[in-house]
Design a protein around this ligand. Structure first.
Ligand code: COA
Length: 260
């Protein structure tokens, strides 16, 4: 499936969403934000889709940021609305009930890193560069970067990336905990799809339970978070997949998970 802004293809239960503005290094304008919003809503509800991989078209960029040409003439109110529009879409990605992998094939700058940080796993090509360069435009991150980078990599890394504005390479991003894995560029897609296939064979309701615990329990007190985890853990005992997984272990065979 292709519209002009996104390419969407299914590889069995893995849906690949590719942002398709390579001539603008996949910069996020309002229309692309809206297209992503719709594509993720569709993927969330599609029963056959178990994992989503998000990437950028072309050899250079995942996403080189929010669209600077579109932002330059905005009024303060329009700027705030643009920020909210991006934040809403990205929160939808973050709270997806199925795993989302950012396959970072090149620059992930500004809104590009913010989008990648909403994904549940980040795999980067060794040629990729990430950063929050908004300061160079007289701006600050507006799609959640100041908050998510802080939670992901701590104050030191957040202040370094946001105050200095200089991109860092994939290996340093890995050292800082910003990306999960770094692969040679030529292997990025194969290795990402291998891990996506592994996730697609896992128990979907247990995956969802983990995502919910981290998303909704992780921002509360330890007592509330633990209580949320226990409730989710108990819920698993209502699933066929939990019976199947534990029975398969005891019978020394591979489980087959149905998502029920
Ligand atoms: N918004 C809008 N257009 C962008 C863009 C962005 N964030 N990033 C790149 N582009 C466009 C360029 O304007 C150029 O368009 P043109 O060919 O019509 O002039 C095209 O994409 C290619 O970019 P270019 O700058 O020529 O590529 P490069 O290889 O020389 O540099 C970058 C690559 C990523 C270093 C550079 O494009 C850049 O710094 N982009 C902005 C990054 C940024 O500040 N992001 C945060 C935005 S809040």
């Amino acid at each position: 499936m292709t519209d002009s802004l996104l390419q969407i293809s299914d590889h069995g239960p893995v849906r690949i969403i590719t942002i398709n503005r390579p001539d603008k290094l996949n910069a996020l304008d309002a229309a692309t934000l809206d297209a992503l919003h719709a594509a993720f809503a569709l993927a969330a509800g599609a029963i056959d889709v178990r994992v989503v991989v998000l990437t950028g078209a072309g050899p250079k960029a995942f996403v080189a940021g929010a669209d600077i040409a579109q932002m330059t003439g905005l009024t303060p109110v329009q700027g705030r609305d643009f920020s909210l529009r991006g934040q809403r879409m990205m929160r939808e990605v973050e709270t997806m009930p199925k795993p989302v992998i950012a396959m970072i094939n090149g620059f992930a700058l500004g809104g590009g890193l913010e989008l990648a940080m909403c994904c549940h796993l980040r795999f980067a090509a060794d040629t990729a560069k990430v950063g929050q360069p908004e300061i160079n435009l007289g701006l600050i991150p507006g799609f959640g970067g100041s908050q998510r980078l802080l939670r992901l990599a701590g104050r030191a890394a957040t202040l370094e990336l946001c105050l200095l504005g200089a991109p860092i390479d994939a290996n340093r991003a890995h050292q800082l905990g910003i990306v999960n894995r770094v692969f040679p560029a030529a292997e990025l897609q194969t290795r990402t799809l291998e891990i996506a296939a592994q996730l697609a064979n896992s128990a979907p309701l247990a995956l969802r339970g983990i995502l919910d615990c981290v998303n909704f329990g992780g921002e509360s007190s330890i007592e509330e978070g633990l209580s949320y985890e226990s409730a989710q853990f108990g819920l698993m005992f209502a699933t066929q997949d939990m019976r199947e997984g534990t029975a398969a272990f005891l019978e020394r065979r591979k489980p087959t998970f149905s998502g029920c």
